[in-house]
Design a protein around this ligand. Structure first.
Ligand code: C2E
Ligand code: CA
Ligand code: CA
Length: 398
Protein backbone atom coordinates (compact mmCIF):
# COMPACT_ATOMS: atom_id res chain seq x y z
CA UNK A 1 0.00 0.00 0.00
CA UNK A 2 1.35 3.44 -0.87
CA UNK A 3 1.77 5.96 1.92
CA UNK A 4 -1.39 7.74 2.96
CA UNK A 5 -1.29 11.49 2.49
CA UNK A 6 -3.11 13.19 5.32
CA UNK A 7 -3.75 16.92 5.29
CA UNK A 8 -4.90 18.80 8.38
CA UNK A 9 -6.59 22.18 8.01
CA UNK A 10 -7.18 24.12 11.21
CA UNK A 11 -6.69 27.83 11.80
CA UNK A 12 -5.09 27.12 15.17
CA UNK A 13 -1.46 26.15 14.83
CA UNK A 14 -1.58 24.46 18.22
CA UNK A 15 -4.52 22.33 17.09
CA UNK A 16 -2.77 21.47 13.83
CA UNK A 17 0.23 20.20 15.75
CA UNK A 18 -1.87 18.29 18.27
CA UNK A 19 -3.95 16.57 15.58
CA UNK A 20 -0.84 15.86 13.49
CA UNK A 21 0.81 14.19 16.47
CA UNK A 22 -2.27 12.08 17.09
CA UNK A 23 -2.41 11.03 13.43
CA UNK A 24 1.28 10.11 13.47
CA UNK A 25 0.72 7.92 16.52
CA UNK A 26 -2.12 6.14 14.77
CA UNK A 27 -0.45 5.94 11.36
CA UNK A 28 3.32 6.28 11.77
CA UNK A 29 3.88 5.85 8.05
CA UNK A 30 1.40 8.47 6.84
CA UNK A 31 2.67 11.68 5.26
CA UNK A 32 1.10 14.37 7.43
CA UNK A 33 0.91 18.01 6.31
CA UNK A 34 -0.82 20.88 8.09
CA UNK A 35 -2.21 24.24 6.99
CA UNK A 36 -3.86 26.95 9.06
CA UNK A 37 -5.32 28.98 6.22
CA UNK A 38 -8.28 27.43 4.39
CA UNK A 39 -7.71 29.44 1.21
CA UNK A 40 -4.15 28.27 0.97
CA UNK A 41 -5.35 24.74 1.75
CA UNK A 42 -7.75 24.94 -1.17
CA UNK A 43 -4.99 26.09 -3.52
CA UNK A 44 -2.72 23.36 -2.20
CA UNK A 45 -5.32 20.66 -2.80
CA UNK A 46 -5.93 21.93 -6.32
CA UNK A 47 -2.41 20.82 -7.23
CA UNK A 48 -1.44 18.16 -4.70
CA UNK A 49 -3.24 14.89 -4.15
CA UNK A 50 -4.54 14.19 -0.66
CA UNK A 51 -6.04 10.93 0.62
CA UNK A 52 -7.68 12.20 3.79
CA UNK A 53 -8.31 15.85 4.64
CA UNK A 54 -9.09 16.67 8.27
CA UNK A 55 -11.01 19.90 8.28
CA UNK A 56 -11.90 22.22 11.11
CA UNK A 57 -15.23 23.98 10.64
CA UNK A 58 -14.57 27.32 12.30
CA UNK A 59 -11.88 29.22 10.47
CA UNK A 60 -11.58 32.88 9.51
CA UNK A 61 -11.72 34.08 5.87
CA UNK A 62 -13.00 30.78 4.48
CA UNK A 63 -14.72 28.43 6.90
CA UNK A 64 -14.69 24.66 6.80
CA UNK A 65 -18.16 24.45 5.28
CA UNK A 66 -17.09 26.48 2.27
CA UNK A 67 -13.81 24.58 1.95
CA UNK A 68 -15.65 21.25 2.07
CA UNK A 69 -18.02 22.50 -0.61
CA UNK A 70 -15.02 23.18 -2.88
CA UNK A 71 -13.43 19.82 -2.10
CA UNK A 72 -16.66 18.08 -3.00
CA UNK A 73 -17.54 19.98 -6.16
CA UNK A 74 -13.99 19.94 -7.51
CA UNK A 75 -13.22 16.37 -6.34
CA UNK A 76 -10.07 17.49 -4.59
CA UNK A 77 -9.58 14.72 -2.06
CA UNK A 78 -10.55 11.11 -1.59
CA UNK A 79 -12.02 11.37 1.86
CA UNK A 80 -12.52 13.82 4.66
CA UNK A 81 -12.84 13.94 8.43
CA UNK A 82 -14.71 16.92 9.82
CA UNK A 83 -13.70 18.39 13.19
CA UNK A 84 -15.44 20.98 15.32
CA UNK A 85 -16.09 22.07 18.87
CA UNK A 86 -19.61 23.04 17.78
CA UNK A 87 -22.62 20.89 18.80
CA UNK A 88 -22.84 17.40 17.25
CA UNK A 89 -25.99 18.39 15.37
CA UNK A 90 -24.08 20.95 13.34
CA UNK A 91 -21.29 18.48 12.65
CA UNK A 92 -23.81 15.93 11.48
CA UNK A 93 -25.51 18.32 9.10
CA UNK A 94 -22.23 19.38 7.52
CA UNK A 95 -21.37 15.70 7.09
CA UNK A 96 -24.70 15.10 5.34
CA UNK A 97 -24.12 18.10 3.09
CA UNK A 98 -20.64 16.86 2.15
CA UNK A 99 -21.83 13.31 1.45
CA UNK A 100 -24.69 14.61 -0.65
CA UNK A 101 -22.16 16.44 -2.81
CA UNK A 102 -20.24 13.25 -3.34
CA UNK A 103 -17.47 13.53 -0.73
CA UNK A 104 -16.60 10.52 1.40
CA UNK A 105 -16.93 11.53 5.06
CA UNK A 106 -15.03 9.14 7.33
CA UNK A 107 -16.08 10.86 10.52
CA UNK A 108 -17.53 14.00 12.04
CA UNK A 109 -15.55 14.38 15.23
CA UNK A 110 -16.06 16.57 18.23
CA UNK A 111 -13.05 18.58 19.41
CA UNK A 112 -10.86 17.95 21.30
CA UNK A 113 -10.37 14.78 19.29
CA UNK A 114 -10.11 11.51 21.13
CA UNK A 115 -7.55 8.98 20.03
CA UNK A 116 -10.20 6.29 19.66
CA UNK A 117 -12.57 8.39 17.54
CA UNK A 118 -9.79 9.47 15.20
CA UNK A 119 -8.49 5.92 14.93
CA UNK A 120 -11.95 4.68 13.95
CA UNK A 121 -12.32 7.37 11.32
CA UNK A 122 -8.92 6.72 9.76
CA UNK A 123 -9.47 2.98 9.82
CA UNK A 124 -12.79 3.52 8.07
CA UNK A 125 -10.73 4.73 5.11
CA UNK A 126 -9.29 1.29 4.55
CA UNK A 127 -12.74 -0.26 4.43
CA UNK A 128 -14.35 2.17 2.04
CA UNK A 129 -14.08 2.44 -1.67
CA UNK A 130 -13.30 6.07 -2.22
CA UNK A 131 -13.79 7.70 -5.59
CA UNK A 132 -10.91 8.35 -7.93
CA UNK A 133 -9.95 11.99 -8.17
CA UNK A 134 -11.25 13.89 -11.16
CA UNK A 135 -8.67 15.35 -13.44
CA UNK A 136 -10.10 18.84 -13.15
CA UNK A 137 -6.82 20.15 -11.69
CA UNK A 138 -5.25 19.82 -15.10
CA UNK A 139 -5.90 23.43 -16.00
CA UNK A 140 -3.33 24.49 -13.41
CA UNK A 141 -1.14 21.43 -13.57
CA UNK A 142 1.56 22.82 -15.80
CA UNK A 143 3.98 20.58 -17.63
CA UNK A 144 7.74 21.04 -17.33
CA UNK A 145 7.69 22.03 -20.98
CA UNK A 146 5.16 24.79 -20.35
CA UNK A 147 7.24 26.08 -17.44
CA UNK A 148 10.42 26.00 -19.52
CA UNK A 149 8.69 27.95 -22.28
CA UNK A 150 7.47 30.48 -19.76
CA UNK A 151 11.00 30.99 -18.41
CA UNK A 152 12.37 31.31 -21.95
CA UNK A 153 9.66 33.83 -22.84
CA UNK A 154 10.28 35.86 -19.68
CA UNK A 155 6.73 35.44 -18.43
CA UNK A 156 7.84 35.49 -14.81
CA UNK A 157 8.09 38.84 -13.08
CA UNK A 158 8.63 40.16 -9.58
CA UNK A 159 5.97 41.80 -7.49
CA UNK A 160 7.29 43.74 -4.52
CA UNK A 161 5.87 44.02 -1.03
CA UNK A 162 7.19 46.74 1.32
CA UNK A 163 8.51 46.16 4.82
CA UNK A 164 8.08 49.11 7.18
CA UNK A 165 9.76 49.97 10.47
CA UNK A 166 7.55 50.56 13.45
CA UNK A 167 8.59 54.01 14.69
CA UNK A 168 7.53 56.17 11.77
CA UNK A 169 6.19 53.48 9.44
CA UNK A 170 8.88 54.25 6.88
CA UNK A 171 9.57 51.57 4.28
CA UNK A 172 12.94 49.97 4.98
CA UNK A 173 12.86 47.22 2.42
CA UNK A 174 10.90 45.25 -0.15
CA UNK A 175 10.51 41.54 -0.72
CA UNK A 176 10.52 40.32 -4.32
CA UNK A 177 7.75 37.77 -4.90
CA UNK A 178 7.51 35.81 -8.14
CA UNK A 179 4.43 36.00 -10.35
CA UNK A 180 3.66 34.28 -13.63
CA UNK A 181 2.05 36.52 -16.22
CA UNK A 182 0.28 33.69 -17.93
CA UNK A 183 -0.97 34.68 -21.41
CA UNK A 184 -4.34 32.96 -20.87
CA UNK A 185 -4.80 32.59 -17.14
CA UNK A 186 -3.64 35.99 -15.94
CA UNK A 187 -1.26 36.63 -13.05
CA UNK A 188 -0.56 33.40 -11.15
CA UNK A 189 0.81 33.14 -7.60
CA UNK A 190 4.00 31.19 -6.80
CA UNK A 191 1.79 28.51 -5.41
CA UNK A 192 1.15 27.25 -8.94
CA UNK A 193 4.74 26.95 -10.11
CA UNK A 194 7.49 27.09 -7.45
CA UNK A 195 7.17 23.51 -6.22
CA UNK A 196 6.90 22.19 -9.79
CA UNK A 197 9.99 24.13 -10.80
CA UNK A 198 11.90 22.78 -7.84
CA UNK A 199 10.97 19.25 -8.81
CA UNK A 200 11.86 19.69 -12.47
CA UNK A 201 15.17 21.42 -11.90
CA UNK A 202 14.01 24.77 -13.26
CA UNK A 203 14.10 26.71 -10.03
CA UNK A 204 17.66 28.04 -10.36
CA UNK A 205 16.90 29.41 -13.81
CA UNK A 206 13.88 31.22 -12.39
CA UNK A 207 15.73 32.50 -9.33
CA UNK A 208 18.61 33.84 -11.38
CA UNK A 209 16.36 35.49 -13.95
CA UNK A 210 14.23 37.17 -11.29
CA UNK A 211 17.29 38.13 -9.27
CA UNK A 212 18.77 40.02 -12.22
CA UNK A 213 15.44 41.69 -12.82
CA UNK A 214 15.21 42.85 -9.21
CA UNK A 215 18.83 44.05 -9.27
CA UNK A 216 18.06 46.22 -12.29
CA UNK A 217 15.15 47.73 -10.38
CA UNK A 218 17.20 48.13 -7.24
CA UNK A 219 19.87 49.97 -9.19
CA UNK A 220 17.26 52.45 -10.41
CA UNK A 221 15.71 52.84 -6.93
CA UNK A 222 19.12 53.60 -5.45
CA UNK A 223 19.57 56.30 -8.05
CA UNK A 224 16.09 57.78 -8.25
CA UNK A 225 14.01 56.75 -5.25
CA UNK A 226 15.64 55.59 -2.06
CA UNK A 227 18.11 53.05 -0.82
CA UNK A 228 16.17 50.27 0.88
CA UNK A 229 16.85 46.58 1.40
CA UNK A 230 15.90 44.08 -1.32
CA UNK A 231 14.84 40.63 -0.06
CA UNK A 232 14.84 37.63 -2.38
CA UNK A 233 13.49 34.14 -1.68
CA UNK A 234 15.87 31.25 -2.10
CA UNK A 235 14.79 27.70 -2.73
CA UNK A 236 16.24 24.83 -0.70
CA UNK A 237 17.89 23.60 -3.84
CA UNK A 238 19.90 26.75 -4.42
CA UNK A 239 21.49 26.23 -1.03
CA UNK A 240 23.18 23.05 -2.23
CA UNK A 241 24.48 24.72 -5.38
CA UNK A 242 28.08 25.56 -4.44
CA UNK A 243 28.56 28.10 -7.22
CA UNK A 244 25.54 30.12 -6.08
CA UNK A 245 27.34 32.54 -3.70
CA UNK A 246 29.91 33.44 -6.37
CA UNK A 247 27.24 33.86 -9.01
CA UNK A 248 25.15 36.27 -6.95
CA UNK A 249 28.21 38.16 -5.79
CA UNK A 250 29.34 38.73 -9.39
CA UNK A 251 25.90 39.97 -10.32
CA UNK A 252 25.50 42.50 -7.51
CA UNK A 253 28.94 43.81 -8.42
CA UNK A 254 27.87 44.17 -12.02
CA UNK A 255 24.89 46.27 -10.93
CA UNK A 256 26.97 48.31 -8.50
CA UNK A 257 24.96 47.17 -5.49
CA UNK A 258 26.45 46.42 -2.08
CA UNK A 259 25.76 42.88 -0.81
CA UNK A 260 24.64 44.44 2.48
CA UNK A 261 21.59 45.85 0.66
CA UNK A 262 20.40 42.33 -0.23
CA UNK A 263 18.71 39.80 2.07
CA UNK A 264 18.23 36.17 1.11
CA UNK A 265 15.18 34.59 2.69
CA UNK A 266 15.34 30.87 3.38
CA UNK A 267 12.92 28.62 5.21
CA UNK A 268 13.95 26.72 8.29
CA UNK A 269 12.54 23.49 6.82
CA UNK A 270 14.87 23.91 3.91
CA UNK A 271 17.75 24.18 6.31
CA UNK A 272 16.88 21.06 8.18
CA UNK A 273 17.00 18.76 5.18
CA UNK A 274 20.70 19.20 4.54
CA UNK A 275 21.95 21.22 7.44
CA UNK A 276 25.69 21.09 6.85
CA UNK A 277 25.51 22.04 3.18
CA UNK A 278 22.94 24.75 3.71
CA UNK A 279 24.88 26.34 6.54
CA UNK A 280 28.01 26.27 4.43
CA UNK A 281 26.32 28.15 1.58
CA UNK A 282 24.71 30.60 3.99
CA UNK A 283 28.00 31.20 5.73
CA UNK A 284 29.65 31.97 2.40
CA UNK A 285 26.87 34.39 1.53
CA UNK A 286 27.30 36.05 4.93
CA UNK A 287 31.05 36.28 4.43
CA UNK A 288 30.42 38.10 1.16
CA UNK A 289 28.30 40.58 3.08
CA UNK A 290 24.75 39.48 2.20
CA UNK A 291 22.04 39.36 4.86
CA UNK A 292 20.21 36.12 5.62
CA UNK A 293 16.64 35.88 6.88
CA UNK A 294 15.02 32.79 8.32
CA UNK A 295 11.62 32.81 6.63
CA UNK A 296 8.29 31.39 7.83
CA UNK A 297 9.54 31.03 11.40
CA UNK A 298 6.94 29.25 13.47
CA UNK A 299 5.75 26.83 10.79
CA UNK A 300 8.49 24.24 10.98
CA UNK A 301 10.62 22.54 13.52
CA UNK A 302 13.37 25.06 14.25
CA UNK A 303 14.50 25.18 17.83
CA UNK A 304 16.71 27.60 19.66
CA UNK A 305 19.83 25.57 19.03
CA UNK A 306 19.33 25.55 15.26
CA UNK A 307 18.58 29.24 15.32
CA UNK A 308 21.89 29.87 16.99
CA UNK A 309 23.79 27.80 14.44
CA UNK A 310 22.41 29.44 11.32
CA UNK A 311 24.29 32.61 10.35
CA UNK A 312 21.07 34.60 9.96
CA UNK A 313 20.63 38.32 10.49
CA UNK A 314 16.83 38.42 10.41
CA UNK A 315 13.96 36.34 11.73
CA UNK A 316 10.70 36.51 9.81
CA UNK A 317 7.82 35.50 12.03
CA UNK A 318 5.24 33.61 10.01
CA UNK A 319 1.69 34.83 9.58
CA UNK A 320 0.46 31.89 11.67
CA UNK A 321 2.27 33.36 14.69
CA UNK A 322 0.99 36.84 13.98
CA UNK A 323 -2.53 36.85 12.58
CA UNK A 324 -5.08 37.34 15.36
CA UNK A 325 -2.35 37.18 18.02
CA UNK A 326 -3.79 40.16 19.92
CA UNK A 327 -6.88 38.08 20.65
CA UNK A 328 -5.02 34.90 21.62
CA UNK A 329 -3.22 34.95 24.97
CA UNK A 330 -1.28 31.73 24.48
CA UNK A 331 -0.01 32.76 21.06
CA UNK A 332 1.07 36.09 22.48
CA UNK A 333 3.26 34.31 25.04
CA UNK A 334 4.92 32.23 22.32
CA UNK A 335 5.51 35.34 20.24
CA UNK A 336 6.88 37.30 23.17
CA UNK A 337 9.43 34.64 24.03
CA UNK A 338 10.42 34.24 20.38
CA UNK A 339 11.10 37.97 20.11
CA UNK A 340 13.22 37.87 23.26
CA UNK A 341 15.21 34.96 21.85
CA UNK A 342 15.73 36.73 18.50
CA UNK A 343 16.97 39.83 20.28
CA UNK A 344 19.41 37.79 22.33
CA UNK A 345 20.72 36.39 19.07
CA UNK A 346 21.01 39.93 17.67
CA UNK A 347 18.52 39.30 14.91
CA UNK A 348 16.19 41.80 13.29
CA UNK A 349 12.58 40.67 13.66
CA UNK A 350 9.97 41.01 10.93
CA UNK A 351 6.29 40.23 11.51
CA UNK A 352 4.66 38.81 8.40
CA UNK A 353 0.99 38.88 7.53
CA UNK A 354 -0.12 41.73 9.74
CA UNK A 355 -3.64 42.64 8.67
CA UNK A 356 -5.30 43.88 11.86
CA UNK A 357 -4.76 47.10 13.80
CA UNK A 358 -4.78 45.24 17.15
CA UNK A 359 -2.08 42.88 15.94
CA UNK A 360 -0.02 45.81 14.68
CA UNK A 361 -0.17 47.47 18.10
CA UNK A 362 0.80 44.27 19.87
CA UNK A 363 3.66 43.60 17.46
CA UNK A 364 4.88 47.13 18.10
CA UNK A 365 4.61 46.75 21.87
CA UNK A 366 6.56 43.50 21.77
CA UNK A 367 9.44 45.38 20.17
CA UNK A 368 9.33 43.68 16.78
CA UNK A 369 11.40 45.75 14.34
CA UNK A 370 9.53 45.58 11.04
CA UNK A 371 6.16 44.66 9.59
CA UNK A 372 5.30 43.18 6.21
CA UNK A 373 1.57 42.83 5.76
CA UNK A 374 -1.58 43.80 3.98
CA UNK A 375 -2.25 46.47 6.63
CA UNK A 376 0.43 48.50 4.84
CA UNK A 377 0.52 47.08 1.34
CA UNK A 378 0.07 43.95 -0.75
CA UNK A 379 2.71 42.75 -3.20
CA UNK A 380 2.61 45.09 -6.22
CA UNK A 381 4.06 45.36 -9.73
CA UNK A 382 7.17 47.52 -9.83
CA UNK A 383 5.51 50.71 -11.11
CA UNK A 384 2.87 50.53 -8.41
CA UNK A 385 5.48 49.95 -5.73
CA UNK A 386 7.43 52.99 -6.87
CA UNK A 387 4.35 55.16 -6.74
CA UNK A 388 3.46 53.72 -3.31
CA UNK A 389 6.89 54.63 -1.99
CA UNK A 390 6.61 58.16 -3.40
CA UNK A 391 3.11 58.85 -2.14
CA UNK A 392 2.87 56.53 0.82
CA UNK A 393 0.78 57.48 3.82
CA UNK A 394 2.76 57.82 7.03
CA UNK A 395 0.11 55.75 8.90
CA UNK A 396 -1.27 52.34 7.99
CA UNK A 397 -4.65 52.30 6.35
CA UNK A 398 -7.71 50.87 8.08
P1 C2E B 1 6.77 34.04 1.64
O1 C2E B 1 8.22 34.16 1.34
O2 C2E B 1 6.39 33.73 3.03
O3 C2E B 1 6.12 35.41 1.16
C1 C2E B 1 5.12 36.10 1.86
C2 C2E B 1 3.76 35.70 1.36
O4 C2E B 1 2.79 36.19 2.28
C3 C2E B 1 3.43 36.33 -0.01
O5 C2E B 1 2.65 35.39 -0.72
C4 C2E B 1 2.59 37.53 0.41
O6 C2E B 1 1.67 37.93 -0.58
C5 C2E B 1 1.86 36.98 1.61
N1 C2E B 1 1.44 38.05 2.54
C6 C2E B 1 2.12 39.15 2.91
N2 C2E B 1 1.43 39.89 3.79
C7 C2E B 1 0.27 39.25 4.00
C8 C2E B 1 -0.90 39.54 4.80
O7 C2E B 1 -0.99 40.53 5.52
N3 C2E B 1 -1.89 38.64 4.75
C9 C2E B 1 -1.84 37.52 3.97
N4 C2E B 1 -2.89 36.70 3.97
N5 C2E B 1 -0.77 37.21 3.20
C10 C2E B 1 0.27 38.09 3.21
P2 C2E B 1 3.00 35.00 -2.23
O8 C2E B 1 3.50 36.18 -2.99
O9 C2E B 1 1.81 34.26 -2.76
O10 C2E B 1 4.21 34.00 -2.11
C11 C2E B 1 4.06 32.72 -1.56
C12 C2E B 1 5.37 32.05 -1.36
O11 C2E B 1 5.99 31.68 -2.59
C13 C2E B 1 6.41 32.92 -0.66
O12 C2E B 1 6.11 32.93 0.71
C14 C2E B 1 7.68 32.20 -1.02
O13 C2E B 1 7.91 31.12 -0.14
C15 C2E B 1 7.39 31.65 -2.39
N6 C2E B 1 8.06 32.49 -3.40
C16 C2E B 1 7.65 33.66 -3.93
N7 C2E B 1 8.52 34.10 -4.86
C17 C2E B 1 9.54 33.19 -4.89
C18 C2E B 1 10.76 33.08 -5.63
O14 C2E B 1 11.11 33.94 -6.47
N8 C2E B 1 11.54 32.00 -5.39
C19 C2E B 1 11.19 31.05 -4.48
N9 C2E B 1 12.03 30.01 -4.29
N10 C2E B 1 10.07 31.11 -3.75
C20 C2E B 1 9.24 32.17 -3.96
CA1 CA C 1 9.88 35.20 1.96
CA1 CA D 1 7.29 33.95 4.99
Amino acid sequence: MSMLKIYIVDDSKVQCTAVANLVRQIMPKAVVTTEHNAKIALDYMRVNSVDIALIDLEMPEMDGVELIHHLATESLCRATIIMSAKPPSLLASVAVMAESQGLTVLGALHKPLSDAALRNAINAHKNRKTPELKQTNDAFNFSTMALMDAVANKQFINYYQPKVELHHYHPVGVEALARWQHPQKGVLSPFYFIEKMEKSGLIDALTLQLFDDSLANKQRWNRELANFDLAVNLSTLSLVNTSFPDWVYDHVQEFGIAPGEITFEVTENALIRDVAKAIQTLARLRLKGFNIAIDDYGTGYANAEQLARIPATTLKLDRSMIHGVAAKGQLEKVLRSTVILAKELDMTTVAEGVELEDDLQLVKNLGIDQVQGFIFAKPMPVAELESWIKHRQPKPKG
